[in-house]
Design a protein around this ligand. Structure first.
Ligand SMILES: [Zn+2]
Length: 304
């Protein structure tokens, strides 16, 4: 059996694994990209984590998906959000250290490639993947082709404006969708609601377990009316954004990935009543591995 390595460079950690011909993710590992990391130290860690996989499996190629602006033709990470990459020649460094063909692309594009090859978007020629985590990203497939846009920068699905008098976004605009629909936004509204209603079940859960994206879902499950109202509003915002994407791209399917998608049916129940009926909306079926699988397929026909 032949294998490929998929690397997923995210905002807080790098995940990587061997991926077999049936898209099974094997020997996954992860390391943090926090304080003290430099662009070179991250690349060297990727190289060191690949070595045992290369010894153990017959690896054909290495594919890397990264957050940020990627020059996939020249193999360079131009910038990558809060990571220290500045025009880092990642492909050249990995390829010369390990002697294997190496490819790189945007993490949203990799998630889409994973989803259309092995996940929820398989069999669909027109699809959108939206990744809802710390921020919101994504990618678009039209006519079975990944829409890359000028400079490979299409797919910033978190940065269309839904309130021009709204919250300032790091992209320079005000009121971007991501400011209201990301997991971070959901956590911010959870914190505010917990403070405003200190006797609520939601507030009790926040104090007992700390606050994460799932806290408000847990409180709703326990019947908390504050959590129910908060999630009802969140569902409406998310549906507004998805309906806008449906208007613009007319996909057959939208797959939601990222941390929030782990809520599965509990998330879909919030948005389904408000969605246009012509498009199927599902959560990712790849359990957070879509980015690794998609990255591993860079350089193949699946990544067209
Ligand atoms: Zn923005």
């Amino acid at each position: 059996m032949k294998y490929r390595i998929g690397v997923d460079i995210g905002g807080t950690s790098v995940k990587l694994a061997a991926v077999d011909e049936n898209y099974n993710v094997i020997d996954k590992s992860r390391f943090p990209t926090g304080e003290g990391c430099t662009s070179d130290s991250i690349v060297q860690s990727i190289i060191e984590h690949c070595r045992p996989l290369i010894e153990k499996y017959e690896i054909e190629a290495i594919g890397i998906g990264s957050a940020g602006r990627i020059d996939s033709v020249n193999g360079i990470v131009i910038t990558a959000g809060n990571l220290p990459f500045r025009n880092e020649p990642v492909v050249e460094k990995v390829q010369s250290a390990l002697g294997l063909p190496t490819f790189i692309d945007n993490d949203g594009t990799c998630a889409l490639i994973g989803e259309k090859t092995a996940g929820a978007c398989k069999g669909y020629n027109d699809s959108v993947i939206i990744t809802i985590g710390t921020g919101i990203g994504g990618a678009i497939l039209i006519g079975d082709r990944v829409v890359r846009g000028h400079n490979n920068r299409a797919g910033e699905l978190g940065h269309f404006v839904i309130d021009r008098n709204g919250i300032k976004c790091e992209c320079g605009l005000h009121g971007c969708f991501e400011q209201y629909a990301s997991a971070s936004a959901l956590i911010d509204t959870t914190i505010a609601a917990s403070a405003a209603y200190p006797n609520s079940i939601l507030s009790k859960l926040c104090k007992e377990n700390g606050i994460e994206g799932k806290t408000v879902f847990d409180a709703k499950e326990l019947g908390c009316p504050i959590a129910i109202a908060l999630l009802d509003e969140y569902g409406r915002i998310l549906a507004d954004g998805l309906n806008s994407l449906i208007h613009i791209f007319q996909p057959e399917i939208i797959a939601i990935s990222g941390g929030v998608s782990r809520q599965g049916e509990a998330l879909l129940d919030l948005i389904r009543p408000h969605l246009f009926p012509e498009c199927k909306v599902v959560t990712s079926s790849l359990l957070g591995d879509g980015g690794i699988i998609g990255a591993s397929l860079l350089g193949t026909e699946h990544a067209r």
